[in-house]
Every structure is written in structure tokens, then in C-alpha cells.
Design a protein around this ligand. Structure first.
Ligand code: NAI
Ligand SMILES: Nc1nc(O)c(N)c(N[C@@H]2O[C@H](COP(=O)(O)O)[C@@H](O)[C@H]2O)n1
Length: 219
């Protein structure tokens, strides 16, 4: 599977404020770029932290762009939530609407929560004992035809994907603001690396809106 990570940060590397409320860091041009990235993906993923903070639907994508690369009849990209214990609320926007939603869970998910996700239209994919085993879960997604995954965040999930060596490409829109705060989510949170830091090769730099888009391949 090819895994792209795309996110927007403030100039100081924050994904949102310490209140974990969604902030529009991107401007219109960058949101259009994200819609095109979504259109190119088989599925778009976020973590449960992002679902609980933002209640994203992840349904926006550039249909014209998708049709031009996938054909007129291409179904919309699926949605994915990394959610060990199936905490995704039954009324979450990510479970509503037409695209399929896969909830990556672990064996720690209570049967009642798995059933609640299924009743709400989601499809649990179980991998790992406590936390989601991302490598195993991505294998599960591949088995249902997902070959290009776009991950939008948040910082915990992005770090874990880097830690597991699963990221192929990283794109970051750096906006023209400072959020600050030691407790505000950053692009890669988790425990952090102390050695063997992932290395990146800069592929492109583009001015967009009032910020800059940086695109790296992961070596
Ligand atoms: N500016 C941007 O582009 C974006 C900003 N955000 C912001 O990020 C914040 C949410 O980020 P986080 O709190 O870091 O939550 P997250 O969205 O990264 O979800 C993390 C949660 O996923 C679950 N999980 C299960 N298995 C896991 C594994 N193997 N590795 C990591 N997590 C696993 C855990 O419950 C963990 O707490 C929100 O404030 C949201 O607004 C989120 C996406 C994009
Ligand atoms: N690319 C980008 N720029 C920002 O400024 C953002 N705040 C985000 N947030 C991400 O977008 C998701 C919401 O998407 P929909 O409204 O459902 O289309 C949100 O959950 C974050 O993943 N992204």
C-alpha cells in the first residue's frame, strides 16, 4: 500500500490549539489541493482523536479530478478511522453518507462497541491486542482493494505510522500563524524519536494561499 500523509500546521508546527478545536490553517487554495489529494486516494484516514475533536465527514473531494484519473464511474474514496476500542460515536459524520467507513480496531474493542459501529454502517477491521497494529490493519485494507491511503492526522496517528515505517510521502501546508502551547497537537506526537529519525527527501516547495506547501518522499 502507498501511504501519503497530508496535514496543515501553523508556522510553529501545531495542528490545532491546546483546546484541540479544529482551526482553518489552510486557505481556499490549499483546501482545493486537499480535495484533489482525496480524489486520488482509495481511502482517507484520521485517528479517533480527530473524529472526537473535529467530527469530520471526509466526503469532500474533487469529483471532476477523480473522474479524470479513475473514470466516470469511480466510487468515492472510503473513510478510515484508527480507533482501538471503537469509540467512534454512532452519529459521527464519518459514519454517515455513501462512502464506506472502515474502523481500524484492536481486540480490546468491546463487542458492544463493534456492534454499535456496524449498526451505524461502519466496518470494523481488527488488528492488534491493545492499540491498533497499523501494519496488520493496512494489510486488511489492502485485502479490500485499498492501495492508496491518504492520512490527514492527527499527530498521534502520524507519529505511529512513521514509527512503523509505513509512510511513503509527507505533504505539509505551513500556514501564516503561530498557535503555540506545549499541549497543542503537533504534526508528529506520540513518544517521539530519540534515534533513527525518519529521513525525508524534499521533492517540491510551492507558495499557496498565504503559506507554503512542502512535499517530501520518505527515504
Ligand atoms: N491541521 C490539520 O491538518 C489536522 C489537525 N488535526 C487535529 O489533530 C488533533 C487530533 O490529534 P490527536 O489527538 O493526535 O489524535 P489522532 O487523530 O491522531 O488519534 C489518536 C488516537 O488514535 C487511537 N489509536 C489507536 N491505535 C493507534 C496507534 N497505533 N497509533 C496512534 N493512535 C492510535 C488512540 O486512541 C489515539 O489516542 C485535533 O485537534 C485535530 O483538530 C487532525 C487532522 C489534521
Ligand atoms: N488540510 C487541512 N487544513 C486545515 O487547516 C485543517 N484544519 C485540516 N483538518 C483536517 O480536515 C478534516 C475535516 O475534513 P472535512 O471537513 O470533513 O472535509 C479534519 O478532521 C482534519 O483531518 N486539514
Amino acid at each position: 500500500m502507498y501511504v501519503s500523509v497530508n496535514a496543515a500546521t501553523s508556522a510553529d508546527g501545531k495542528l490545532s490549539s491546546r483546546r484541540r478545536e479544529q482551526i482553518a490553517i489552510s486557505g481556499d487554495e490549499d483546501f482545493d489541493r486537499v480535495d484533489r489529494l482525496r480524489a486520488e486516494a482509495d481511502a482517507v484516514a484520521v485517528g479517533i482523536g480527530t473524529v472526537l475533536a473535529d467530527d469530520p465527514s471526509l466526503v469532500r473531494h474533487d469529483e471532476t479530478h477523480r473522474a479524470s484519473i479513475r473514470g466516470e464511474d469511480a466510487s468515492p474514496p472510503a473513510r478510515v478511522v484508527v480507533d482501538s476500542t471503537c469509540r467512534t460515536p454512532a452519529n459521527a459524520a464519518i459514519l454517515a453518507g455513501k462512502p464506506e467507513t472502515y474502523v481500524l480496531a484492536s481486540e480490546a474493542a468491546p463487542d458492544t462497541r463493534r456492534a454499535a459501529v456496524e449498526d451505524a454502517g461502519g466496518t470494523p477491521v481488527v488488528a492488534g491486542e491493545e492499540r491498533v497494529d497499523l501494519s496488520g490493519a493496512l494489510d486488511g485494507l489492502e485485502s479490500v482493494g485499498i492501495e492508496r491511503l491518504l492520512v490527514e492526522g492527527g499527530g498521534e496517528v502520524i507519529f505511529s505510522l512513521f514509527e512503523a515505517g509505513l509512510v511513503d510521502e509527507l505533504t505539509v501546508y505551513v500556514g501564516d500563524t503561530v498557535i503555540g502551547g506545549r499541549d497543542a497537537p503537533t504534526l508528529a506526537d506520540g513518544e517521539g524519536f530519540v534515534s533513527e529519525f525518519p529521513e525525508l527527501a524534499l521533492e517540491a516547495v510551492e507558495r499557496l494561499d498565504s503559506g507554503v506547501v512542502l512535499e517530501w518522499n520518505v527515504l
